[in-house]
Structure formats: structure tokens, C-alpha cells
Design a protein around this ligand. Structure first.
Ligand code: BTN
Length: 241
């Protein structure tokens, strides 16, 4: 696969594509790389969780590149918008950046950044955008609500074909975010906002109604105590079912 200015690497197995690019960044390797793995042995999710994927039935990759936006706020939402748009019109976004279909999770995004090892280029950081997508349904995984799979939405879900489908738009979106921030993505997020108008529970148990996102990507929740703008990715928000 060709991606302008980016080295594409495909490995059969690794602990985690995010972890590998973070290791490299710490030793000063901060060139633009897309690393795709057939299998991860220690895949990581947000909030310290693990990420389980199945070879051939999942797509797991990380795109690492130097970025210097004026404002980092909303980056993870912009990445979600890009992926949702390049996948299918039915893919929705659950703040901050989970990809959902029909109230089931299709995929997740883990963004991490590293400072440049040599301490120069203060405004610039190495951004590692990790993406995990379920391509085929996982039979008998015994969950009350099985995860969604891309095969429900489109024919042809071979991992490298799906990578070709999403990688170029993702790179272009990251460049657009670097130039002009979250503003260009806000309305596009709203169009796919799964939580909008729904009752949600915040991490501390507070209930409220989600009312979209601000220009910096914060989630607005109307609660009995007033409107809260949720910014921390450490706060979990779930829809009341
Ligand atoms: C989440 O929803 O919690 C985020 C999941 C992110 C998983 C991807 S798979 C590729 C990359 N490598 C990892 O270890 N995690 C991300």
C-alpha cells in the first residue's frame, strides 16, 4: 500500500502496534510510519483496558507521525470522524471516539503522543493513532451484546483492503487537523453523534442528557446541576439503555 510520505510496515505479530511506535519514538525514531499487525499479543484499549482482536477478522494498525497543531483539543474526535466517514454512512461515533453501529461497538481508537527525544521542536509531538476494527463477527464470544462487525455493512472486509479504504483519508484528516484544528470536524461529528439527545451516565454516576460537542470537542451534558462540558477522556460516558 502506498501512502505519501509514510513508510508502511506489515508484521505478522507484535505486542501492540501503539507500544512499538512509542518504543521507537523514545529512541528518537519519529518518522511517519503506518504499522499494521495481523496479530497483537498485548493490544491496548483506552482507559487502561486491553484490546482483543482476531487475525483475519480484525484490522489493527497504528499511524505515527510528527504533528504540530496550534491546539490539540478534539484530535481524537477528528480521527473518529475520518474513520467513520471512510467506512460507512451507518457508522456512528460514541464520544469521544468509539465507532459504533446499531448500538454495538465496531471499533476503537487509542491516541498517544510522545515528545521528541532530543527535546527540540517544542511545538511538535509524535502522534500515534492506533485503530482497531472488528471486520468479521466473532462467533460465540458469549457477550450479552456482541460487538458489531464491518461485514454487516459492506462486502469485502479483507484487512489490507479495509486499511487501503481508511488510511489515506486518515492521513489527510490528520494534516487538515494540524492546519485548522477541530473546527472543520465539529459539524461532521454532530452528524454521527450516537449520544446526542440521549440519556447518559457519567463516570461518577451523574445522569444527564447529551447535547453534542463544543468547538474544542468537549461533550455537553445537561444534568440536574446544570450543563457540564466533559473534556477528560478518563470520564466514561454510557448511554442509558
Ligand atoms: C478502545 O476502544 O479502547 C481503543 C482500542 C484501540 C485498539 C488499537 S488496535 C491497534 C492499536 N494498538 C493497540 O494496542 N491499540 C490500538
Amino acid at each position: 500500500m502506498e501512502l505519501p510520505g509514510v513508510t508502511v510496515e506489515h508484521v505478522p505479530e507484535i505486542d501492540s502496534t501503539n507500544t512499538e511506535l512509542m518504543r521507537r519514538a523514545r529512541t528518537g525514531r519519529t518518522d511517519a510510519v503506518l504499522l499494521v499487525a495481523d496479530r497483537q499479543t498485548a493490544g491496548r484499549g483506552r482507559l487502561g483496558r486491553g484490546w482483543v482482536s482476531t487475525p483475519g477478522a480484525s484490522l489493527t494498525f497504528s499511524l505515527g507521525l510528527p504533528l504540530a497543531p496550534a491546539d490539540w483539543a478534539g484530535l481524537s474526535l477528528a480521527v473518529g470522524v475520518s474513520l467513520a466517514e471512510s467506512l460507512h454512512s451507518r457508522v456512528q461515533l460514541k464520544w469521544p471516539n468509539d465507532l459504533w453501529v446499531d448500538d454495538r461497538k465496531l471499533g476503537g481508537i487509542l491516541i498517544e503522543t510522545a515528545a521528541f527525544a532530543d527535546g527540540s521542536r517544542a511545538a511538535q509531538r509524535y502522534a500515534i493513532v492506533g485503530v482497531g476494527l472488528n471486520l468479521l463477527p466473532r462467533p460465540g464470544d458469549g457477550m450479552a451484546t456482541p460487538p458489531a462487525a464491518l461485514a454487516e455493512l459492506q462486502a469485502g472486509v479483507e484487512p489490507l483492503a479495509v486499511l487501503r479504504q481508511v488510511a489515506r483519508p486518515l492521513l489527510d484528516s490528520l494534516r487538515a487537523f494540524e492546519r485548522s484544528g477541530f473546527a472543520a470536524f465539529q459539524a461532521r461529528f454532530q452528524a454521527r453523534d450516537l449520544l446526542r439527545g440521549r440519556e447518559v451516565v457519567l463516570g461518577d454516576g451523574t445522569r444527564g442528557t447529551a447535547h453534542g460537542v463544543t468547538g474544542s470537542g468537549a461533550l455537553l451534558v445537561h444534568t440536574a446541576a446544570g450543563t457540564q462540558a466533559i473534556t477528560s477522556s478518563e470520564v466514561s460516558v454510557r448511554p442509558v439503555t
